[in-house]
Ligand binder design. Structure first.
Ligand code: NDP
Ligand code: 8X3
Length: 254
């Protein structure tokens, strides 16, 4: 039987590319996000380009009740989720902690940490019952190192790092694999969201070097699911060759 992958935050960036990558390998895909027009476009693209099925689920992962309601009542033929990619997330703002905006903080913690937990809470019991499944949490290099102005975003990604480790320990013996993928800079809508729609400031983040592409992240995310049942990649930190870590990026200046 074809396998099913559920990817949160598939209306843009990594999530969209990951959904397309799994669909290209014959996976049936469940794609989620808040922008329903984009979900519909993605479904059209997936079903046209690949001979596979796609289910769109339109909800905000911060809404605990809605998230649990939707995921606990999946249509019967979609209830077996083999791969869960917890990708939905964002940075909002980039400022010293003493100048931070409380709404930005709530957004990041509620989405990156609590949203990931709500989705996992709905999907994990089925995997445990079937004795198989793979949870892939999208962390960040910001979950490995804390940089100036990164404070709450870094904290939320450190939480993803800790939750991933905790999941792997608690799921020992169930047959469920848990992987964290922790990327450095990749050009998506991420910086535009972080800078509240300032396109020029967002563009400057990627100036003078080649960041990773969404296809790079999708390739690695698919790769970790291709290994034998006994083998699990626990943690992968990915950067472009121009980036060493959160602090060092080699930029060429004109
Ligand atoms: P994008 O902004 O391009 O995409 C983010 C996705 O998350 C969108 O599909 C968005 O959908 C979804 N999302 C955001 N908030 C919510 C919410 N409350 N409920 C449901 N879905 C939500 O960014 P990226 O693709 O770059 O980011 C994806 C993940 O990768 C994030 O977790 C990010 O922290 C992480 N990351 C990004 C890096 C980068 O350099 N780009 C590096 C390391 C990690 P919608 O708005 O339609 O709801
Ligand atoms: C996104 C990468 O460097 O902006 O998680 O934190 S960074």
């Amino acid at each position: 039987m074809e396998k099913t992958a559920l990817i949160t935050g598939a209306t843009a960036g990594f999530g969209k590319a990951i959904a397309l990558r799994f669909a290209s390998e014959g996976y049936r895909v469940i794609v989620t996000g808040r922008r329903s027009d984009r979900l519909n476009d993605l479904k059209k693209e997936i079903t046209t380009r690949f001979e596979t099925a796609c289910l769109t689920l339109n909800f905000d992962v911060r809404d605990r009740q809605k998230t649990l309601d939707v995921l606990n009542h999946l249509p019967t033929e979609w209830q077996q989720v083999d791969v869960l990619v917890n990708n939905a997330g964002l940075a909002s703002g980039l400022s010293h902690v003493q100048d931070g905006d409380l709404d930005d903080w709530d957004k990041m913690i509620d989405t990156n940490v609590k949203g990931l937990l709500y989705v996992s809470k709905a999907i994990l019991p089925g995997m445990v019952k079937r004795g198989s499944g793979h949870v892939i949490n999208i962390g960040s290099t910001a979950g490995k190192e804390v940089y100036e102005n990164g404070n709450v975003y870094c904290a939320s990604k450190h939480a993803v790092d800790a939750i991933t480790k905790g999941m792997r320990i608690d799921l020992l013996g169930t047959g469920v694999k848990v992987t964290q993928i922790a990327p450095g800079a990749a050009e998506t809508e991420f910086s535009e969201v972080r800078f509240h729609g300032d396109k020029q400031r967002a563009k400057d983040v990627y100036k003078g070097y080649q960041p990773m592409t969404v296809e790079d992240i999708a390739e690695v995310t698919y790769y970790v699911t291709t290994l034998p049942p006994h083998l699990c990649i626990n943690d992968m930190v990915l950067t472009s060759v121009s980036q060493a870590n959160s602090f060092y990026i080699h930029r060429k200046h004109d």
